[in-house]
Design a protein around this ligand. Structure first.
Ligand SMILES: C[S@@+](CC[C@H](N)C(=O)[O-])C[C@H]1O[C@@H](n2cnc3c(N)ncnc32)[C@H](O)[C@@H]1O
Length: 246
C-alpha cells in the first residue's frame, strides 16, 4: 500500500494530540532552536498543531511548515498566530515550501514516521533543498533500545501525573527496523488511544543519510539542553549543516 502522510492525523484527533502532550515544556527546545536559527527563517517538517512552531514565531522568527494531516494543519491555523505560519499540506519527504531557510526542524521522533529507509533518505535530501548555504537541519529522535523488549513486546509509562497516566505499548519487528506503538492515555474523563508506526534508525544511520544528502554533523546532544550524548543516552538532538559552498 502506498504511504499516506495524512494517516497520523486521522488516527489521532488534533485536540487529543494537544491534550496528550500539553505536559511537555517546549522552553529548552525553543531556546536552542532560536540560537541555531540565528535570526533566520525556520521550516518545520511535520509541524503538527504548532507545539514548537508557535513559540518560535513568538520569539520573532519567521516560521513555515510541512504537514501531512490537513486536520492538524487546520488546528494550527485556528490558534493565535497560526494564520501567519505558511503550511504546505503534503509529505515532508518530497513537499517543497517556497523560500530558503536557515533551519529545517524535524522534532519529536517524526523522522521515524516515514515508512522506510528510502523515504528517510529522501527527507534528508528535501531538508537540504530548503536550506541556504550554512543552514542547519535539526533532528530530534529516540535511540533504539531493544533491551527494553521481551519476546518482541514492551510496555512503559510515558507520563504519570495525578490527573493523567500515559502508557506506551509497543511491538518490535527488528528485521524491518519497525516498531508498532499505541499510547494509552487514561484520564478522569476516559481513555484515548494514540497509535503510531515507526521505522526506527540508530543515530549512525541518520548520519549516513545526512552524508548522502551532502550535509555533515555539527552537534549531537542528549537533549535540547545540550547535555553530552553518552552510552546511556536514550534520545538525541542531532544538528546537520549544509556546507557554505556547494
Ligand atoms: C509526533 S507529531 C509532531 C508534531 C510537532 N512537530 C510537535 O513537535 O508537536 C508528528 C506530526 O508529523 C506529521 N507527519 C507524520 N508523517 C508525515 C509525513 N510523511 N509528511 C508530513 N507530515 C507528517 C503528523 O501528521 C503529525 O502532525
Amino acid at each position: 500500500m502506498p504511504f499516506d502522510a495524512s494517516e497520523y492525523g486521522r488516527h489521532i484527533p488534533a485536540d487529543v494530540y494537544d491534550d496528550a502532550f500539553a505536559h511537555l515544556d517546549p522552553t529548552s527546545a525553543v531556546e536552542r532552536l532560536v540560537e541555531l536559527a540565528d535570526g533566520g527563517p525556520v521550516c518545520e517538517f511535520g509541524v503538527g498543531t504548532g507545539r514548537l512552531a508557535l513559540p518560535l514565531q513568538e520569539r520573532g522568527l519567521t516560521v513555515a511548515g510541512v504537514e501531512g494531516s490537513p486536520v492538524m494543519a487546520a488546528r494550527l491555523r485556528e490558534k493565535p498566530g497560526g494564520e501567519r505560519i505558511e503550511v504546505a499540506v503534503g509529505d515532508f519527504a518530497v513537499t517543497r515550501v517556497p523560500g530558503e531557510f536557515a533551519l529545517v526542524l524535524l522534532a519529536f521522533n517524526t523522522i521515524f514516521a516515514l515508512p522506510d529507509q528510502a523515504a528517510q533518505v529522501a527527507c534528508f535530501r528535501n531538508a537540504v533543498a530548503h536550506l541556504r548555504p550554512g543552514g542547519r537541519f535539526v533532528v530530534e529522535a529516540w535511540v533504539p533500545d531493544l533491551a527494553a523488549f521481551r519476546a518482541g513486546a514492551a510496555l512503559r509509562p510515558v507520563q504519570v501525573a495525578q490527573d493523567a497516566v500515559m502508557l506506551e505499548a509497543a511491538l518490535l519487528h527488528p528485521a524491518e527496523q519497525r516498531m508498532i506503538t499505541t499510547k494509552v492515555r487514561l484520564t478522569g474523563t476516559g481513555v484515548d488511544l494514540l497509535p503510531a508506526n515507526h521505522r526506527y534508525a540508530w543515530p549512525a544511520e541518520l548520519d549516513l543519510m545526512a552524508q548522502l544528502a551532502g550535509m555533515a554533523r555539527e552537534h549531537r546532544w542528549e537533549d535540547w539542553a545540550a547535555r553530552p550524548f553518552t552510552d546511556g543516552s536514550r534520545d538525541h538532538v542531532s544538528v546537520y549543516r549544509r556546507p557554505m559552498t556547494a
